[in-house]
Design a protein around this ligand. Structure first.
Ligand code: NAD
Ligand code: UGA
Length: 468
């Protein structure tokens, strides 16, 4: 049986749902795409006239929204209605790690996936293809199938086909990743349902890049792709410490090993550890699944990737305090960058959070500058308290939001670069040397500044992974 897709609904208007549907709408003008969410504030932001207020900051996104919104791309809270009208429904909701109960700290919390499936079961009409876009534990498709059948009585004659179509976009490059993907992965068992989704992607992705598999290989491949990427970062970060002690330079080591085609040059930048909403949660989920299947050694292997990541962040905080004469109590510290990587406003699991917390615990006064992250977002991430609890290091008296690098650095003892934003690559060291307290320090955890230039103005530099 063939499927004709005229109407798509995407449940979840987040970092994945929003940009992915924007690209589908842009490439498939004949398909109506409705992105729905339970969060009315998020939907309002997607609908805001001022395109700088979109909830997701991604290069190229504004332009697509401007072109498609109101034509074949719509953002709405009317979830049930759009489910009813859809031929194909993407589930793109959050799948964080459970914080309490069985599997807490490792297993995926599938309650948002379940509630989406229940709503689909209730409101969908006729034949519907349900696509897992969220990252899910292997075998989730069988759960979704069971839930979809809950409201399916004989009289209603509903028919569901479940596909897995994990997303591989990275934040900061989402639109380019979606428009020019390395591959599109589609897992399923029904050939016609698979073809319907292949046909959509074929509008802009070469067929050689569209890979079709069974459901379980597709679900599992997403977790494994993230685990392998994160593993590279922990590997190079572990070696950054060895470089510092031996006099080697991690940048040279990365370049030297990356020129071997079998290793490859990408994802070898050492830094303050991986952040983002997915690497940690997906590896924890992998660890949980391996334990579930009795593969203790495999789970322990992957657990180490996270351990090294946590260790790298602590290591940086410790070196920072040591270099500033062993105490940073009362000292002013400028933090450059709060997002988990450049070119995104996302702060989830950003290394900046735990490093800033370490510095606050040591009694420092931190002044944070990030070109895209809001004051409110920083307050939420750092659990900043209202001023009636002034003695706490997490009160507003201990931190401030700066509007520029130079405002943050005024009278500071040290600058700590945590995100590789372009504007941190070209700092005016002469100006900084004049406005900072002496001895002034720059700690570059992303290896982006010109060390000699900074040193020529009397600024001390510590560069991650660079031995003396
Ligand atoms: P997100 O938190 O930004 O967005 C999820 C959205 O789903 C939220 O706006 C939430 O309100 C909404 N939602 C939850 N339950 C709902 C329901 N029942 N009905 C309607 N809306 C509901 O999350 P995200 O970053 O877009 O990630 C979504 C999924 O994609 C996750 O599984 C994640 O692992 C995966 N993923 C994320 C990225 C990324 O770069 N962020 C990349 C690839 C895959
Ligand atoms: C990552 C993957 O790259 C995507 O393919 C995947 O779809 C996504 O997770 C997901 O499933 O959520 P993302 O987290 O957005 O994307 O960003 P990355 O570019 O992978 O960076 C993750 C973290 O690793 C950042 O903190 C970044 O600074 C760090 N990183 C990355 C390094 O420290 N060194 C590197 O060489 C690369």
């Amino acid at each position: 049986m063939t499927f004709k897709i005229n109407n798509i609904c995407c449940i979840g208007a987040g970092y994945v749902g929003g940009p992915t549907m924007a690209v589908i709408a842009n490439s498939c003008p004949n398909i109506q795409v409705n992105v729905v969410d339970i969060d009315p504030v998020r939907i309002d932001k997607w609908n805001s006239k001022d395109l700088s207020k979109l909830p997701v900051f991604e290069k190229g996104l504004k332009e697509i929204i401007k072109e498609c919104r109101g034509k074949n791309l719509h953002f709405s809270n009317d979830i049930n209605n759009h489910i009813s009208n859809a031929d194909m429904i993407f589930i793109s909701v959050n799948t964080p790690i459970k914080s309490t109960g069985f599997g807490a700290g490792q297993a995926s919390d599938l309650k948002w996936v379940e509630s989406s499936a229940r709503q689909i079961s209730k409101y969908a009409k006729g034949k519907t293809i349900v696509v897992e876009k969220s990252t899910l534990p292997v075998k989730t498709a069988s759960l979704i199938r069971q839930i979809l059948e809950i409201d399916n009585t004989n009289e209603q004659n509903k028919e569901f086909h479940v596909l897995s179509n994990p997303e591989f976009l990275a934040e900061g490059t989402a639109i380019n990743d979606l428009q020019n993907p390395d591959r599109v992965l589609i897992g399923g068992s029904d050939k016609d349902a698979i073809k319907a989704l292949v046909d959509i992607y074929s509008k802009w992705v070469p067929s050689a890049k569209i890979l079709t598999t069974d459901l379980w290989s597709s679900e599992l491949s997403k977790l494994i792709a993230n685990a392998f990427l994160a593993q590279r970062i922990s590997s190079i970060n572990s070696i950054s410490a060895l470089c510092e002690l031996t006099g080697a330079d991690i940048k040279d080591v990365s370049r030297a090993i990356g020129m071997d085609k079998r290793i490859g040059q990408f994802f070898l930048n050492s830094g303050p550890g991986f952040g983002g909403s997915c690497f940690k949660k997906d590896i924890l989920n992998l660890v949980y699944i391996c334990n579930h299947y009795g593969l203790k050694e495999v789970s322990q292997y992957w657990e180490k990737v996270i351990e090294i990541n946590d260790w790298q962040k602590k290591r940086i905080s410790k070196i920072f305090v040591d270099k500033l004469f062993g105490t940073i109590s009362g000292k002013k510290i400028a933090i450059f960058g709060f997002s988990f990587k450049a070119n995104t406003n996302d702060t989830r699991e950003s290394p900046s959070i735990s490093i800033c917390k370490d510095l606050l615990e040591e009694g420092a006064r931190i002044f944070i500058y990030d070109p895209q992250v809001s004051v409110k977002q920083i307050e939420v991430e750092l659990n900043i308290l209202e001023s009636d609890q002034k003695e706490s290091h997490y009160s507003k008296d201990f931190w401030s939001f700066a509007n520029s690098t130079y405002e943050a650095a005024e009278n500071a003892d040290a600058i700590l670069i945590l995100t590789e934003w372009d504007e941190f690559k070209y700092l005016d060291f002469e100006k900084l040397s004049k406005i900072m307290r002496k001895p002034s320090w720059i700690f570059d955890t992303r290896s982006i500044i010109n060390i000699q230039d900074a040193k020529s103005f009397g600024i001390n530099v510590w560069n991650l992974g660079k031995g003396n």
